[in-house]
Design a protein around this ligand. Sequence first.
Ligand code: BEZ
Ligand code: MG
Length: 987
Amino acid sequence: MTATAQKLGFIGLGIMGAPMAQHLMAAGHTVFVNTRGQVPADIAASKATVCASAAEVALSELDVPYIAAHPLEFQSIEQWGDSTRGLLPVENTIMVAIPELDGSILPMVYGGRPGPAGETCHGCDKRCTFPSGPRSQDMFTCSERTEMLTARVERLVRLRDKPRADRKLAIVLFNFPPNAGSVGTAAYLSVFQSLFNTLQRLSLEGYQVTLPDSVDDLRNRLLHGNASQYGTQANVLHAIDTGHHVKHERWLNEIEAQWGPAPGKHLTNGQSIFVLGAAFGQVVVTVQPGFGYEGDPMRLLFETGCAPTHAFSAFYRYLRDDYAADAVLHFGTHGALEFMPGKQTGLSAQCWPDRLIGALPNVYLYAANHPSEGALAKRRGAATLVSYLTPSLTHSGLYKELVSLQQSIERWQQMGPDQAQDRDSLTTLIREQAQSIDLSVPADQAADPTAWIEQLQNQLLELEYALIPEGLHVMGQAPTREQRLGTLKVMADAMGLTGAQNASLMEALVDGASEVQLNKQFSTELPAGDKAQAETLRQLVRSNRLLGEDHEMQGLMRALDGRYLQPAPGGDLIRNANVLPTGRNLHGLDPFRMPSAFAVRDGMRQADKLLARYQQDHQALPETVAMVLWGTDNLKTEGSPMAQALALMGAAPRFDSYGRLAGAQLIPLAELGRPRIDVVITLSGIFRDLLPMQIRLLAEAAFLAASADEPVEQNFVRQHALAYLAEHEGSNMECAALRVFGNTEGAYGANVNHLIDSSCWDNENELGDAFTQRKGFAYGREGRPVRNTSVLQSALASVSLTYQNLDSVELGVTSIDTYFDTLGGISRAVLQAKHQRDGNAAEAPPVFIGDQTQGEGVVRSLTEQVALETRSRMLNPKWHESMLQHGYEGVRQIEAHLTNTMGWSATTGQVQPWVYQQLAQTFVLDPAMRERMAQLNPTASAKVANRLLEATRRQYWQPDAETMTALLRAGEELEDRLEGIQEGLPA
Ligand code: BEZ
Ligand code: MG
């Protein structure tokens, strides 16, 4: 390793690496150690912010990758080897999360304190023996990890040295859920257009690429080609002979133990394993195989001792060894590699992501607003992330019947008292217009129209100004002037620029005016000397410039050259202009500083809003809130959602004298001014991986609240904990106060989404059961998960409402399947717990969404949120046309939104039937639209019809006979067309 370090000129060793660095330097090597490596670990965190930009500057000058390799400090190497978690929370923070702020990659454990003399190290299959005698306490180097680190450094050096024309590159597309309609899909990304642009750019930069003629040509060669000959979902690039697989598969026994004899059942004809993809000169574009469990694809992730399929392992071995790529490029957010079984962080040779990627340099295009899952790709998949922009934002606007309704309302409001008769007939028209598009109006014809018409108008306003993403992002294509203008307006609004509503100011900004020019020209809108305004303006001018430049392709080329890629915070552009320029290596936040002071204030405000909304509907405070916490939302908001959970309990974080998170504290009841609300928190697997200190913070807050000597009517946490103790003899407060639940280590998700997608379920109770099965692990003050269904069931039965925050415009509750997986899943689990306690008369809890995408935020019921999203997105031509512009992927997006909508029906029953009626009308019963979608993506469009039919079967919607007949006929037609294609017949 030392020789390569010398050749590379640099290897960053992070805070714990100082001894190794000294050793290398003593041997005469050139070594760069992160500035933080020179401060003792215990104060390193407090220096983090101070050093960050200095480190970035120094690293940029060196322009070599900064590898964060570390010996373990807080556990022995044997403990690490045996654990499913890997790094301890403190190690994860200091050795991984903080160096990432400077752009570090490849976080790796290479040694640590040895276990007892004579015992073997459990980190790999080499089983080295710990030394005895005087050296038994020295740092022990794991030979396998050191070899892997060396190999990784060597591969980076080789990549840097190799001329581009000689490099072989493997691009990996995804196919999730695995079916023909979703090959090549990634969050927010127009994959085929982006891929086409990337191939062109690679060719320009000197790679040997045989360019496809067009995007359609590219898509056809990948999706069709020889696919019908092999019966596969895409062209077969290469067939791996089973004999070859058996001979070269290092972990064959493990794979066969789970999946049966080679070649297994996936991507095979019994003789060979297929690698899907197509070659374009020295660049191959491939399709990642699926997880392997149809209907339960994530099962791999929660059963310990699991292995990927033959096809999955063979795929990466093919890329590494047979094709012998110099680098792999994972194309968009996100694939399955980094979710394969193994430790959470600090991976060993036993962990599948580490085995599969090996030493192959891994570059990963990743959505800029997804720092949390991006961190997993970086930490578990050894990836360098290259961020890409999310789609431009725009206001939903009104369309079709909504426009005519608005006109009627405006006319109605302009009528004077002398026009009573006209006004009455217009009232009737407004009533009919509203009813025809399922907007609610009072049934009572005699009700005073002023109030309900005003309410209707407010609803239209909300709809008109709802923010929606416009289409998909294209790599290598800067937003148009109009798109830039839309985004800058939203940013200016969100930042509170006083001139945000001034059209000429915004036009001047987008046309490139400087701050000085803007100040001069719009002096009345832009108060002189206002520092905050000046900063906002500076940010907007900078954002406009950066949005117009290409940084993504540049960043990609840089990463593929094995150079240093600057770090960038992940987040939403409208909240944090520093996500620009994209094309940089995403990172999260300094975990010692979460939740921030800003988040604590915001959390208190959002908690008050939620309580006010519940009180408005129920005239009482909720006793228990079931709240879902994700990693992403917390990383993007400095921890607002977790601070909101604390605020509900009447708690706050406590910091030490260095400003580092040290635990929880209670806010005195007198100061709080209301009872402490009980909170059942369920964490995403990603939150668990990224924010271990915050798990302990939340658990401590619940414990402190439950233990506080306070009247129980002022403290629902204590009330419920005492009731639990009274019912469960032999239990203790530590157990009764457990309020933080999630998956066990190494597992993600509730699996409700996969059940819904595959339609593999009969009764809604199966969905609630899947949720409690997967999320039934309690995290106490120690932060370790222990299954505890008893406390979970008891806490769920007391839940008054379920709740989750929504913080990205790009991700509505109907855009991705994970909102209904988590919030829908827990809502169903609450109903079942109530049934168990109170019998079948128990009612489903109301479900609320804290929409914080705009302004101060607003709390909506799930029904309201789904209605708003359906009208502003799916039914809105501005949204669906912008999706359909991306063809195949656009249809897939529409299908996904519909499936997610049905996920909400299944888990909560709180979707109104008109949603399905109107979606059916728009996408299936309109012959022109049906034909168009079927042309673009036959699989996904058949799925749309089938999903609507499924919704009728499950009674979420009961269309009239005529609609039903038309839907059945359309469904059959789409299925026939699909069969025609699959049999290679003309469609
Ligand atoms: C998370 O960041 O925790 C998360 C992101 C996407 C889906 C589910 C959870
Ligand atoms: Mg995901």
